[in-house]
Write a protein that binds this ligand. Structure first.
Ligand code: ZN
Length: 124
């Protein structure tokens, strides 16, 4: 398996995701794989109580986005360490090879196509 091409894609994506994460939150100093959502730029209408609902909704959205990025970020890091360990491209569930076309769509994939639906059950 030609892992060097995947490694390049993964490293590029990791840099982009880390950048996005930094816009939404801060890295937990005690757990590098954990990100804490930071509030948006303080609103000028801070004292307006009608504004609170909107802000809270925006917060939820930020948290959801950050959480998805965090999972993605950790999957990429895991994939990169698998490349280093020489186990890249192996399904974590059935231990078979992950299809090349699946990896080209998602180089951080943890499972083969047959186990796609079960990927979310894997421990993070
Ligand atoms: Zn599998």
């Amino acid at each position: 398996m030609k892992t060097s091409a995947y490694k390049k894609i993964l490293e590029t994506e990791l840099a982009e995701i880390t950048h996005s994460l930094e816009e939404l939150g801060v890295q937990n100093p005690n757990a590098p794989e954990d990100w804490i959502t930071t509030p948006e730029e303080p609103s000028k209408n801070e004292s307006d109580p009608n504004d609170f609902g909107d802000r809270s909704e925006a917060w939820q959205e930020r948290r959801g986005t950050l959480s998805a990025l965090e999972t993605r970020c950790n999957n990429i890091k895991r994939a990169l360490s698998k490349i280093d360990a020489g186990t890249y491209g192996t399904c974590e569930l059935c231990k078979n090879e992950i299809e090349e076309d699946r990896l080209s769509v998602n180089p951080a994939a943890r499972t083969c196509k047959a186990d796609l639906d079960n990927e979310s059950q894997l421990p993070s």
